[in-house]
Design a protein around this ligand. Sequence first.
Ligand code: NAG
Ligand code: NAG
Ligand code: NAG
Ligand code: NAG
Ligand code: NAG
Ligand code: NAG
Length: 939
Amino acid sequence: MTASKRKGILAAAFCLIATIVHLKVVSSQTTPGDVQVLQQVLKGLKNGGHLVDWTGNDPCGRKWSGILCQGNFVTGLLLAGFNLQGTVTTDLNKMSNLQILQLQDNGFTGSLPSISGLKFLTDAAFNGNNFDSIPNGFFSELPALKTIYLDGNSLNGTNGWYLPSEIRQATQLNTLSLSNTSLIGSIPEFLGNMPNLKTLNIAYNKLGGGIPQSFSSSNLIKFQANNQQGPVLSGPLDLVADMQSLELLWLQVNMFTGPIPPGLVNAISLADLRLNDNRLVGPIPPGFTNLPLSNFTVQNNQLVGPIPKFQDGVDFQYGGVSNKFCQATPGIPCAPNVTSLLTFLGGVNYPTQLSDWAGNDPCNEWSGVVCDDKTGSISAILLSSYQLNGTISPALGNLTSLAVLKLNGNHLTGTIPSELAKLPLLRILDLSNNNLFKPLPAFPPHVLLNVDGNPLINAPSTSASPLPNAPDGSSGSSPSGGNSTGVPKKLSSVLVGVIIGPIIAVIALISLVVGTFFFVYRKAPKYLKVPTPNTVVHPRDTGTDADAAKIVAQNNIGKTTGVMSGPSEVHMFETGGLIIPINALRKATNNFSEVSILGKGGFGVVYKGELDDCTLIAVKRMETAVASSKGLKEFQAEIDVLTKVRHKHLVALLGYCIECNEKLLVYEYMPQGTLSQHLFDYATNGKEPLSWKQRLSIALDVARGLEYLHGLAHQSFIHRDLKPSNILLTDDLRAKVSDFGLVKLAPDDKYSVETRLAGTFGYLAPEYAVTGRVTTKVDVYSFGVVLMELISGRRALDNTQPEESMQLVTWFKRISAKRETFRNAIDSCINVTEEALLSILVSAELAGHCTAREPHQRPDMSHVVSVLSPYVQQWKPAHLDTEESWGADLDLTLPQAIQRLQVLDTSSTSDLNDTQSSLPAQSSDFGESNVSSNARKLA
Ligand SMILES: *[C@@H]1O[C@H](CO)[C@@H](O)[C@H](O)[C@H]1NC(C)=O
Ligand SMILES: *[C@@H]1O[C@H](CO)[C@@H](O)[C@H](O)[C@H]1NC(C)=O
Ligand SMILES: *[C@@H]1O[C@H](CO)[C@@H](O)[C@H](O)[C@H]1NC(C)=O
Ligand SMILES: *[C@@H]1O[C@H](CO)[C@@H](O)[C@H](O)[C@H]1NC(C)=O
Ligand SMILES: *[C@@H]1O[C@H](CO)[C@@H](O)[C@H](O)[C@H]1NC(C)=O
Ligand SMILES: *[C@@H]1O[C@H](CO)[C@@H](O)[C@H](O)[C@H]1NC(C)=O
């Protein structure tokens, strides 16, 4: 090949290349439309300094900076961080082949350019500018869009903007980042339904409301909705538990409530979880330590329970002022009873009312939790009317020291956990006025259970009787059973309280004040059925008895000997006579001298006496006028009954005397007088106010006395006039009931009892005042009133009080129902220690039960005894720590006293052995079998 030929070839090749190059240049002339848009972009700029090479009209050909082309079309505008200022032409979407648009991190202002209809656009970034508005239809027709960032532009000024729904059509959208863009409204539901959306950032906006339900089925991997600034996000987090693809979840600085969903442990890739500064409650779910977390923040919530211990390297922030973890150090569990209480708290949805349940010591001012000072154990949970909803956790069954549980007046549903029935010390369980379901667990009889006002536990057999084993004649007669809803029932009881109550009061007052003092039902109307045939009722009105007109006692004998009397000894006395010659009594009372008078009552005068051996007695001498035939009948009956009812908490009849016109009853002398002298008039009587221990012990004594009266095997005695002036005290302030039920029904008129209205206003059970119908529950009511008096130091009826506080029962129930005012119900003389407070609470509750309007709702006295005795038990001095030893004192003294009386009248003993009582009474304290029926001799 020659050199020229080679030159020719080279020249030809060059020409060809030149031609090709020329052709190329000609064919890549940029589409004029795109050029025009870019020139408008340039025109909008205030400082185009970085874009000096945007000259000519061939951006693709001349490789303008920041421009991507394919063929003659501009496909990318990549101007991120060019420090550009000015506005962007709204016609940007005329560059119809645009695929990538990067305008972020400049100083653009004005409206966002329109991008709608850019069907190839996959990525758009406007973040980090100062765009101030977003045009209508901005997001429409963007079928290829995968990512879009608008963050950091305060769009549409102070009005903000709602996320337009047309964004739904961008079905390829993977990343939507709109943080700090003045977005308002709520999180749109449709976002949760966008099939390809993986990253959603709507942090630092003004969004309110909750996380939409649709999010539970979303496939989001990163979700940031933290730090809403205006309204904030709220509601529960339950459904994020279903977002199992999450790797990052930022919800901090909002007002989310409820617990951290334990189901979130299924989001097994979750690495960054920020929940701080919300209102989250409950514990940190235990499984979280298994998540691959690198960052986890929960500070400034209201979390409880233990702090989990994460592996080293996990950035775990849990501090802050408001969290209420039980321990300060991660990894240490809570005390077991704290765990139980927190489980209970979870059952009632961690209410804000109980937000002071913090730390590891429930005795440290947890609302509604009462602890025993001595043992530091939880003795009561008092959450009446706390607006609790949810269920009762079985975990309460682990609080074995619990004695009182009051959850009445809430919105609790579900069943009553059977675990509660196993709590060994539980005495009071008030679940009334909730929405609890059946079945009712079987509670032991010493538990005072109240489930009234739960429409779904409405079987009359359970709700009508607060006590599983209420005695016969008192259950099933309730008009309040059935399936009525709570509201009418409440209304009716309000009516009774507000309207009928005062009417009863007025009737009772009038009838007591005017003339005869009682209604007489000589021939009892048919509806006045006597509940148990052998019931004995007190016939007399003793309402006007002077407090002091009461009996005697004293047994200085027993104290000195301290020897237990055997049964045979007792028997000897029982079969022995009780007749005392008048002369012995004249001598003892200084011939019934004025100075020996202890007091006067409706029946006569009571004298103090002293026998030859210095034994003190009280002698009740019937007035001659009263000792008519009727009086005589009652006198006989009293003796008859009194010889059968003997109990250490009933004032004992030592003997009687009937000679000529004289009718005398001889009782043990009670040196400390009446309870009312100690309770109401202690100052004028020169006595110290009773301590709470003394009051409680008196209450229990009285309860035992009544329990005995009510519980005799063949007969039930009803006192009908229990009140502090009928409760007498020994020197060591042990109490005995006096003036107790006297008349036994004659066998042939069993069913036509005289049921006169007796008793004292203020202590009268409402049904008794209205109908004269008398059951043992009448005494229970009066006992409840006495208990209220013991707690409050106020009289049953206090005319010095304003009208609404005059009646103790109404006032006491109102004041003691609320925890805030409860202390006002307690006598200011009582030193209320925490320990005392529990038994005061129990007693107040009990008093409320005893004074229930419906007789069947009142407990019976054996329940009262079993509720009170544990609290007296705990205070008993060591040397008296069995019930038997309490009795020993009297077992000795009473027979001995009688023995001395017998010595005075040996003549009368012989003729007392013939008639035996047909009614052997059962008592653990005295062998009452074979009691002489002395009364017959008197006929
Ligand atoms: C933003 O404001 C502009 C004008 O003020 C209005 O036309 C536009 O509809 C608003 N955008 C949205 C998304 O509300
Ligand atoms: C955790 O968060 C902090 C503060 O936001 C951050 O500095 C750190 O890098 C994060 N750690 C990890 C492992 O992501
Ligand atoms: C239950 O109680 C909580 C806390 O008091 C309250 O936030 C919630 O709304 C209540 N729920 C219902 C269903 O009443
Ligand atoms: C917690 O329970 C334990 C064991 O039952 C008991 O000893 C402790 O006194 C209880 N503490 C409190 C504060 O109730
Ligand atoms: C009671 O405590 C035991 C032992 O701590 C625990 O295993 C049990 O789950 C608790 N019961 C309830 C109902 O929480
Ligand atoms: C209430 O009881 C009556 C009769 O026993 C019955 O017909 C009615 O369906 C009950 N209503 C409800 C709400 O249970």
